[in-house]
Design a protein around this ligand. Structure first.
Ligand code: PAF
Length: 280
């Protein structure tokens, strides 16, 4: 496995990988890798001849007072995990490789970027859209893989790729969960034992809404109330949102047809998100 740190080295690797018509699969990450990230790499390995993972804690997607400085940086462990599963390359840029001095351009996907997580994290999705565009332009993959766990991010990236006619296919890879339902996240490591227990309420809340929907309830407000109740019962008080939206567009509807439920809460100091398509 090769580690590429600058644009020239990356470009040489990309040229080489594309030379014989090989398919390049790309997994953008911020490191602190877990089984969820590894499932993206395994998915890429099914159809791509070369897989490359980027590890870059992107400063522009963190707001003031967010966890940019505390975000776990675990490169030695990440490298060992990727090596073990046969990943071909890691792109490990420093901030000036991604954002050379003098840059003036941002990518904004509105109004998708300013709702749900974007409402409480202003600028977050502009940072995500910008860094993903830069990474895609540098890596030039055939396929890029993103976790369904970040549902709004995935929806926004698909929209951006359509709007900007970027020549890449996007694959969403299902959420990997612990046995008790907690979705894997790099931020789970911030949770205390008590908070970790409380965090299982997100999955339970989603399941409550799903079972209500599948028994015939289609009023968004009632589905959201059912999930709220489960979160309150577990003692989670800092609920950012519990929303039922259209699963493709994230549009709001009073009566839902093909819905996804999205949840964001804070447990202690840790922000957690989860989601579930209620019809599947
Ligand atoms: O999902 C993430 O880890 C990040 O938002 C991404 C897509 C790597 C962009 O920094």
């Amino acid at each position: 496995m090769i580690i590429l740190e600058d644009r020239q080295a990356l470009n040489n690797w990309v040229e080489q990988s594309r030379l014989w018509g090989g398919k390049v699969g790309f997994i953008p990450t911020m490191g602190a890798l877990h089984e969820g990230h590894l499932s993206l790499v395994r998915e890429a390995q099914k159809t791509c001849s070369q897989t490359i993972v980027s590890i870059f804690v992107n400063p522009t997607q963190f707001g003031p007072g967010e966890d940019f400085n505390q975000y776990p940086r675990t490169f030695a462990e990440d490298k060992a995990l990727l090596e073990e599963i046969g990943c071909d390359a890691i792109f490990l840029p420093s901030p000036d490789v991604i954002y050379p001095e003098g840059g003036q351009t941002f990518v904004s996907v509105e109004p998708l970027a300013s709702q749900l997580c974007g409402a409480s994290r202003p600028g977050h999705f502009q940072g995500v859209a910008t860094v993903v565009t830069i990474l895609l332009n540098l890596v030039r993959p055939h396929v890029a893989y993103f976790g369904v766990k970040d549902y709004q991010q995935l929806t926004l990236i698909k929209q951006m790729i359509r709007d900007l006619a970027l020549a890449v296919d996007v694959v969403g890879v299902p959420i990997v969960r612990e046995e008790d339902g907690l979705a894997l996240s790099s931020r789970n490591r911030y949770l205390t034992i008590k908070e970790r227990q409380q965090a299982t309420a997100l999955y339970k809340a989603l399941m409550a809404a799903k079972s209500l929907f599948q028994s015939g309830e289609t009023e968004a407000i009632k589905l959201e109330k059912a999930a709220h109740l489960v979160l309150h019962e577990s003692g989670i008080e800092q609920i950012d949102y519990v929303e039922v939206r259209h699963k493709e567009t994230l549009a709001c509807d009073l009566t839902v047809v093909d819905p996804v439920m999205l949840i964001a809460v804070k447990i202690g100091k840790t922000r957690l998100i989860d989601n579930m398509v209620l019809s599947s």
